[in-house]
Design a protein around this ligand. Structure first.
Ligand code: CU
Length: 190
């Protein structure tokens, strides 16, 4: 009989234990209610952090681009300065060829009796004519119609010979070949 009592007591204790456990479980579920909002807050925080990082990254990228732009601009300015410095280096010599075959008419049709036939230079620059033809030619200031201007005249430039003249005054200088009057050219001095 005593064993049945023990079993009954044990059963009762077990039921009470389950009841208490259930109560605890319910309170836990109820407690979980307000806590359940924290995951959304955490997600919001994570999103905000991501946004902040993205903004930082964008700013860093912008800064890098601005720095690159500034460097490119500096380089361009330096290049321009170098070019300006080169220009200021002083008088230069320009080459004009007297082409092969100009002793017979034809070159005037394409304005190639001197190459280049028209050249623009700065005051103080020199033009050096090189006769690469087999015939002799002249580089004579003026025009076939008006004759020599007297400003410059190479007289006969033999095959493979050269003639140079320095133009110190601005202006437009026509010239021609006294041997072959179809040969004309011009020098524009700025
Ligand atoms: Cu000639």
């Amino acid at each position: 009989m005593a064993s049945i009592d023990t079993a009954a007591i044990g059963f009762s204790i077990a039921i009470v234990a389950i009841g208490v456990g259930f109560a605890f479980y319910m309170s836990g579920v109820q407690d979980a209610g307000p806590v359940s909002t924290s995951p959304t807050m955490a997600a919001e925080k994570a999103m905000a952090a991501e946004k902040a990082m993205a903004a930082e990254k964008a700013m860093a990228a912008e800064k890098a681009m601005a720095a690159e732009k500034a460097m490119a601009a500096e380089k361009a300015m330096a290049a321009e300065k170098a070019m300006a410095a080169e220009k200021k280096v002083g008088p230069t010599t320009h080459t004009v060829d007297i082409p092969v075959g100009t002793s017979v008419p034809g070159c005037e049709e394409s304005n190639e009796c001197y190459l280049p036939a028209d050249i623009t230079i700065n005051a103080g620059d020199t033009v050096n004519w090189i006769n690469i033809d087999t015939a002799a030619h002249t580089v004579t200031g003026g025009s076939p119609a008006d004759g020599p201007s007297g400003v410059f005249d190479s007289s006969l430039v033999m095959a493979s010979a050269e003639y140079a003249f320095t133009f110190n005054d601005a202006g437009n200088y026509d010239y021609f070949c006294m041997v072959h009057p179809w040969m004309v050219g011009s020098v524009t001095v700025n």
